[in-house]
Write a protein that binds this ligand. Structure first.
Ligand code: NAP
Length: 456
């Protein structure tokens, strides 16, 4: 990336997190024409965040952005520090001391809580755990999911719910040539699940699936998608919402739900059942989940602000697995302001704010900045905005050592960081392991395995 002004000292920038928002920020910095040096710090030895461990294995096209990130990482002004946790191995305050600016791009990896009785029973999990498990994320590889029951219930109707529903419902043979973790493939091969209920607290006009994802759920071989005709009837407010052309995705979703409501029940096929206007109130079971209690909601409020209000009607669905997919929140970082209600770092267009005060040299991007919304590409514009403000504020006049201070600091603490060249070694080994199984890669799912490979 050329045309740089090399007359002044380099701007030393630390980016914390190596998912899409971190890489798009690095790209914007490298393209800015300013003379920058970027140190990207990542807790895992592997880069790419949710593109590696969140995107569903049967959606390989969504992982193509990795080629762009790989190109960015090969820039001579970019260094990757994998296996380094900000807050554990190096503090944000220390990075502020060594770098002109610290850009937080750590995402939102905690689940929004669902505080209902029984939520802690065995068989009740967050979608995060399930997604991390089938994608081979080291934090979740030892989780186990009991797939020996007939019925699973997914709470929430966003694209993460669509992903977990699809992985539960799909014939396992359709996943064999994906990069799904082997332990998950083996467990799914033994799955006895016959029905997946996908429960929304509001109506069919409010499901957050993108229509493409919903259509895919209706087209899985050997699986039928159903909805209840009476739950697909819209109130006047929802009809007004769907008349708005900007809301075309919801209108398309409704078309799919209406089709699903016309499907004839056939025995011997797995079923996905979309349910609406139901909120979970409790999970029942002695030692593990045996049923979920739901309350029927009515919709209340004007178009585009309709809320779910509980009625006195209830329903119980016997089930053996519950996956909660109701969104994410960011995790507070030591020394960084945090908005606990929104689950984000308070900011003004990416500049971190403490009360009304701007914190010098501290920036945020991605889900930690705006909350868990949008697709991978949404992060590009978001990161460009943050980087524009960072560069407007930054001054090369102040001397900062950047990587020359970071390396000795980590070495002194015995931190075994993983460079980008070392990641490429892990990458090549994963691809090689995958070849033997007809998969694009077989991921290493333990950090020790990765470090052992590098020690060889
Ligand atoms: P999401 O799209 O915000 O969906 C969250 C769902 O949970 C909504 O149906 C919401 O209902 C429901 N919910 C929230 N609180 C609830 C509660 N207390 N009780 C019951 N239901 C509740 O979030 P997500 O599915 O986690 O996805 C996060 C982002 O990643 C989205 O932007 C998504 O599009 C993106 N993503 C994209 C892809 C893809 O492109 N293929 C794949 C995965 C994720 P309300 O509407 O009533 O709040």
């Amino acid at each position: 990336m050329s045309g740089k002004d090399t007359s002044r000292q380099k701007l030393q920038i630390a980016i914390v997190g190596s998912g899409p928002s971190g890489f798009y920020a690095a790209e914007a910095l490298l393209r800015s024409g300013r003379n920058v040096s970027i140190d990207m710090i990542e807790r895992l030895p592997t880069p790419y965040g949710l593109v590696r461990s969140g995107v569903a294995p049967d959606h390989p096209k969504l992982k193509q952005s990795i080629a762009v990130y790989d190109g960015i990482a090969r820039d001579e002004n970019f260094s990757f520090f994998g296996n380094v946790a900000a807050g554990r191995d190096v503090s944000i305050g220390e990075l502020q001391g060594t770098h002109h600016a610290v850009l937080l791009a750590c995402g939102a990896h905690e689940d929004r809580p669902l505080a209902i009785p029984g939520v802690g029973l065995a068989g009740s999990h967050s979608a995060t755990e399930f997604v991390g498990w089938y994608n081979g994320h080291p934090d979740f590889r030892d989780r186990s999911f009991d797939l020996s029951h007939d019925v699973a219930v997914v709470i929430g109707q966003g694209n993460v719910a669509a992903d977990v529903c699809r992985i539960l419902a799909k014939p396992v043979d359709d996943l064999r040539e994906s990069d799904i973790a082997e332990h998950a493939l083996n467990a799914l091969a033994e799955s006895k699940i016959k029905e997946v209920h996908v429960v929304g607290r509001r109506g069919p006009a409010h499901a957050k699936f993108t229509a493409k994802e919903l259509r895919e759920l209706g087209g899985i071989a050997g699986v039928t998608a159903h909805a209840k005709p009476e739950e697909c009837v819209l109130n006047d407010e929802s009809r007004i919402e769907l008349e708005d052309r900007a809301n075309f995705n919801a209108a398309k979703n409704l078309e799919h739900f209406v089709k699903f409501a016309e499907q004839i029940e056939t025995s011997g096929r797995r079923k996905i059942r979309f349910r609406f206007c139901l909120s979970p109130t409790a999970l029942l079971g002695k030692d593990r989940v045996e049923a979920i209690c739901l309350v029927r909601n009515r919709l209340d409020g004007p178009p585009f602000s309709q809320k779910a209000r509980a009625t006195d009607q209830t329903e119980t669905i016997p089930c053996g697995l519950v996956l909660r997919s109701i969104g994410y929140r960011g995790v507070p970082l030591c020394g960084v302001p945090f908005d606990d209600t929104g689950g984000v770092v308070p900011n003004a267009a990416g500049r971190v704010m403490d009360g009304g005060k701007r914190l010098r040299g501290l920036y945020v991007t991605g889900w930690l900045k705006r909350g868990p919304t949008g697709i991978i590409g949404t992060n590009r514009a978001d990161s460009i905005e943050t980087v524009e403000n960072l560069l407007a504020d930054a001054s090369e006049a102040e001397t900062k050592s950047g990587v020359d201070a970071l390396r000795p600091l980590l070495a002194e603490r015995g931190v075994r960081w993983v460079s980008f060249a070392e990641w490429l070694k892990i990458d090549a080994a994963e691809i090689e392991r995958g070849k033997k199984r007809g998969k694009p890669r077989e991921k290493f799912t333990r950090i020790d395995e990765m470090l052992d490979l590098l020690a060889r």
